[in-house]
Design a binder for this molecule. Structure first.
Ligand code: FIX
Ligand code: ZN
Length: 402
């Protein structure tokens, strides 16, 4: 059925709100992985985005804050950011969006009461997946964190919902220790212990990609170091894309813990070299700094083995997303993966995707209206195809999964 200028807004709105989402990068785990699965209001408030905001807004010092238990921390975040101050930041707005979607009224209610009401409404990851319309997601799995990796000794979780990825940062942060673990976990006599261990992890977890976060100080390791050349060859032989998360500088303020990471530099000319040097490897790429977005988009026009994904962390702000999303569409059409949630607490899937859809809707509407103006026929089928590609198929096709 063709869409007219009058019913276009409704058709698009319905399509955006009914299309299932494949979330390409999260830090979530299935509920059976007990100490890693995070759910609920207190965990939401203890998100490191909010902790950074609390530590700069109040005069509570970080060591005092981190000495508190989770309940105390959450209650402090609530009183400092939501009661004493106006919760306008994106991370604060996220909490309010979730409360609104759960029909939890907060005005004139104590923190304890809000917590109780919240606990009555959200019980499981299934609840959240339904509310957010996320049908499957990719976890971040570190093969060098043996306790976390024990997830794969267990078969008691839904592998059609929770896909694995191999996060390889430890190989850069502490190569010697990682090598030792690789040897311990294999016979130790293989010619290449790291690859032997990755092969073992691959067979255990069926990852959909490998990933590493790097900046200008470490990028050349990918191009020059023999371990990484082997990893690139190995991932090519597996048809396993490498996800490059570019431009984070860890521990800009060590005292802030996980909330203390910031932005470092990256030279995207080196990314272009990498794409040329390994033309048969596939690279998913996201950049943390606004400064790099234009060049990254140009590179994605030049290298078919490079696919842009998401608005990572400090990029995930409505004002920035709107502008960069349009630039990506102007230069790439719909050939990119527009968003990932980076959720650490399952409930965050609700707000991260609600907020993104709110930005995506008017942007797409403007492009479709432009096409109708130029006499290009838009049908419901076209809209559904495009939204399905943006929310799921672009990523799945690049990863070769269905
Ligand atoms: O490296 C990453 O995957 C980052 O997303 C995280 O380390 C970061 O802490 C985060 O949660 C950003 O959203
Ligand atoms: Zn992440």
């Amino acid at each position: 059925m063709n869409v007219t200028i009058d019913n276009l807004p409704d058709k698009l709105f319905n399509s955006i709100n009914s299309t299932p989402i494949f979330d390409l990068h999260t830090h979530l785990f299935p509920p059976t992985h007990k100490s890693y699965f995070l759910l609920g209001f207190k965990n939401l408030l203890n998100y490191h985005y909010l902790i950074a905001e609390l530590l700069i807004a109040s005069n509570i010092d970080s060591s005092t804050f981190y000495s508190y238990n989770d309940d105390q921390k959450a209650s402090l975040v609530w009183s400092e950011l939501f009661v004493k101050r106006t919760p306008v930041s994106e991370a604060c707005a996220g909490v309010l969006t979730i409360l609104k979607q759960l029909n939890i009224e907060i005005n004139n209610k104590s923190f304890a009461l809000v917590c109780d009401e919240y606990d009555q409404k959200i019980h499981s990851d299934k609840n959240i997946l339904e509310l957010s319309n996320v049908s499957s997601l990719v976890m971040t799995n570190n093969p060098f964190d043996l306790d976390e990796w024990s997830l794969f000794n267990n078969n008691d979780w839904d592998k059609k919902i929770y896909f694995a990825s191999l996060r390889l940062d430890d190989l850069i942060l502490d190569y010697e220790e990682s090598l030792k673990k690789a040897k311990d976990q294999t016979s130790g006599s293989e010619e290449n212990n790291v690859i032997a261990y990755l092969e073992k992890c691959y067979l255990q977890s069926s990852p959909v990609y490998a990933a590493v976060s790097i900046n200008i100080d470490t990028f050349n390791i990918l191009l020059e170091d023999s371990t990484w050349k082997n990893i690139l060859q190995w991932s090519q032989s597996k048809n396993l894309p490498l996800s490059l998360m570019l431009g984070a500088k860890r521990a800009v303020n060590k005292d802030f813990g996980l909330a203390g990471d910031g932005i470092g530099d990256i030279n995207l000319k080196e990314l272009s070299n990498l794409c040329n040097s390994f033309p048969k490897n596939k690279f998913l790429v996201t950049c943390l700094s606004l400064n790099d977005q234009h060049e990254l988009t140009v590179l994605a026009r030049k290298h078919p083995n490079l696919r842009i994904f998401g608005f990572w962390w400090f990029m995930n702000q409505p004002s920035i997303i709107k502008q960069i999303l349009k630039m990506r569409i102007d230069m790439l059409g719909f050939s990119f993966i527009p968003q990932h949630s980076d959720a650490r607490v399952s409930d965050q899937l609700i707000y991260k995707w609600t907020h993104f859809k709110k930005i995506l809707y008017p942007v797409l509407l403007e492009y479709y209206q432009g096409l109708v103006d130029k006499n290009f026929l838009i049908s419901e089928k076209i809209i559904q195809r495009d939204v399905h590609n943006l929310f799921s198929a672009n990523a799945k096709n690049f990863l070769d999964i269905n």
